[in-house]
Write a protein of this length. Structure first.
Ligand code: PRP
Length: 184
């Protein structure tokens, strides 16, 4: 870990826990009885949010995972997006809920929505813990948003900087030296 990075807590663990419970309550009421959602988590960043969300949902759910990578320029907004891990369970006629940790430019979510819609789910919605709305280049609809944040690089609660900090129970702003330029 570099000495040149410092963390400033943005959302404490307690605040994240409370907001996740609120999101779970909203999601519960948005799916009628008999329409239990099928959650699709986007690796890696969404894994902690997913784990807490499913335990806060007061109903049966099923879970699957995708992993997504981009190649080309190093940023998803101009690179080629591919699935590096596809779903293991078919989604045709299922009520699919995509679980993201953060939506930034919207490129990843837009691409994934198009890919999954082509498989004819019964419904397709998204929950994202964080929404960095000011960075959007592609408009995407997000039915459930935890927190809207400014254009700051955040880590913790699944989110990383160079694969570090995912394990933090809170969400923090990463303050870094001018020579470090992570992209998310
Ligand atoms: C993050 C996040 C989204 C994507 C959003 O993944 O989980 O999938 O970036 O960015 P966009 O809206 O600009 O497309 P990341 O690339 O950090 O990978 P990781 O989850 O494996 O850390």
């Amino acid at each position: 870990m570099s000495d040149e990075v410092a963390l400033t807590v943005l959302f404490t663990a307690a605040r994240v826990r409370d907001r996740v419970r609120e999101l779970a309550a909203d999601i519960n009421t948005s799916y009628p009885a008999g329409r239990d959602p099928h959650l699709v988590s986007v690796l890696k960043g969404g894994f902690i949010f997913l784990a807490d969300l499913v335990r806060a949902l007061d109903r049966p759910v099923t879970i699957d995972f995708v992993a997504i990578a981009s190649y080309g320029t190093g940023t998803r907004s101009s690179g080629v997006i591919t699935l590096t891990k596809d779903l293991e369970i078919g989604i045709t006629d299922r009520d699919v809920l995509i679980v993201e940790d953060i939506v930034d430019t919207g490129q990843t979510l837009s691409w994934l929505l198009n890919r999954l819609q082509a498989r004819h789910p019964r419904s397709l919605r998204t929950v994202s813990l964080l929404d960095k709305r000011s960075r959007r280049t592609t408009e995407v609809g997000i039915e459930h948003v935890g927190f809207t944040i400014e254009d700051q690089f955040v880590v913790g609660y699944g989110l990383d900087y160079a694969e570090q900090f995912r394990q933090l129970p809170y969400i923090a702003i990463l303050n870094r030296s001018p020579t470090d330029t992570p992209v998310r």
